[in-house]
Design a protein around this ligand. Structure first.
Ligand SMILES: Cc1cc2nc3c(=O)[nH]c(=O)nc-3n(C[C@H](O)[C@H](O)[C@H](O)COP(=O)(O)OP(=O)(O)OC[C@H]3O[C@@H](n4cnc5c(N)ncnc54)[C@H](O)[C@@H]3O)c2cc1C
Length: 309
């Protein structure tokens, strides 16, 4: 059920950030798919965030945190409830007050994009984040997904994260986060929690060398991935010891299309939106891929993309 006018009034009075009613999720996800969310709120800071979380609890409203929407398939029907986006107060980058001899520690807001943070690191001669330069997510989304590439992931650079729920702010250090391939146990266990910031560790290095590594990795991505067609990155997680893309390719599914959703010719683990793809098209194609790959290889694929419905 959509928000009542009294719920809308309470929400309007409770936050300092911006509210959009009936916000099309297709405009907030890299897939360019998804119907309207009842409300999409862009919040200013932790106080604003906790205000909304408390209100949602009191009013029994559903909510979901959206980072940069780069790993999301949003339902055609949209989302009944409130989509929370982290605004300006979550976009800081600075040196942490505690430093050690080996590493340089940075304090970053969860709303910072990985692209901006990797450029910042290159500019300031800090190495360790080159792998993330081409991943179109935010720090918060990348922590939740333990995003990675080229043999590295967020687990290698996170020292500590800051998490917030409706009543408390908690700092959790790396050893308690339980990172594994594309997952973070501590966050999976705390569904009502938002990552608001992270302390990350890097090493001093030559800025020119860092920039060169970033350029090389970006170039490799452009060669291997379908640039210019909306997508959500890898649709399925790589099974132990093999690549989902290879299994899908071997099942003969490159180019297979349902509606406007198509298995990319360039990389079989990408389903691209050829224009007007719906979430239903993508899900139908995912089901077919899972079924055919199970038949041809005996491997059961598991989705990496997160469903927002
Ligand atoms: C072209 C392309 C290339 C990609 N390449 C890679 C790659 O190389 N490696 C890789 O790992 N991924 C890749 N991805 C997938 C995606 O970019 C990552 O998973 C990224 O980390 C998602 O971040 P996000 O901010 O977009 O999160 P979203 O997609 O918005 O959200 C992902 C999940 O995290 C949750 N979330 C987001 N922010 C927070 C927060 N602050 N607190 C709590 N929960 C939160 C959301 O609720 C959702 O469940 C790619 C995607 C695209 C489109």
């Amino acid at each position: 059920m959509s928000l009542s006018s009294s719920q809308k009034a309470v929400l309007t009075g409770a936050i300092r950030g911006k509210i959009r009613w009936d916000a099309p999720l297709s405009e907030w996800t890299t897939y360019r798919i998804g119907g309207p969310a009842d409300a999409l709120v862009t919040l200013l800071d932790v106080e604003d965030l906790q205000g909304v979380l408390r209100l949602c609890r009191r009013q029994k409203l559903r909510w979901k945190l959206l980072g940069r929407g780069s790993n999301i398939l949003a339902a055609d029907e949209g989302f009944r409830g409130i989509i929370i986006v982290l605004g300006e107060g979550f976009k800081y980058i600075g040196r942490d007050h505690q430093q050690d001899d080996e590493e340089v520690l940075l304090n970053t807001g969860a709303g910072v994009s990985l692209a901006r943070l990797s450029s910042w690191c290159a500019e300031h001669g800090l190495s360790g984040f080159e792998f993330a330069a081409g991943i179109p997510g935010s720090v918060g989304g990348a922590v939740v997904m333990n995003a990675g590439g080229w043999g590295r992931s967020m687990a290698d650079v996170i020292r500590q994260i800051e998490m917030v729920d409706h009543e408390k702010i908690e700092n959790i250090s790396e050893e308690h986060l339980g990172f594994s391939y594309r997952a973070c146990r501590a966050l999976a266990e705390r569904k009502e929690t938002v990552v608001t910031g992270a302390v990350m560790k890097f090493k001093a290095a030559d800025p020119a060398q860092i920039r060169e590594t970033i350029r090389t990795l970006r170039h490799k991505r452009q060669q291997r991935q379908p640039y210019g067609q909306p997508n959500c990155g890898s649709v399925f997680k790589n099974p132990e010891g093999t690549s989902a893309g290879r299994l899908i390719d071997e099942a003969g599914l490159k180019g297979r299309r349902i509606g406007d959703a198509e298995v990319s010719e360039k990389h079989a683990n990408f389903i691209v939106n050829r224009g007007k793809a719906t979430a239903r098209d993508v899900v139908a194609l995912m089901d077919e891929i899972k079924e055919k790959v199970l038949l041809t290889s005996g491997v059961e694929l598991r989705p990496e993309v997160q469903f927002l419905c």
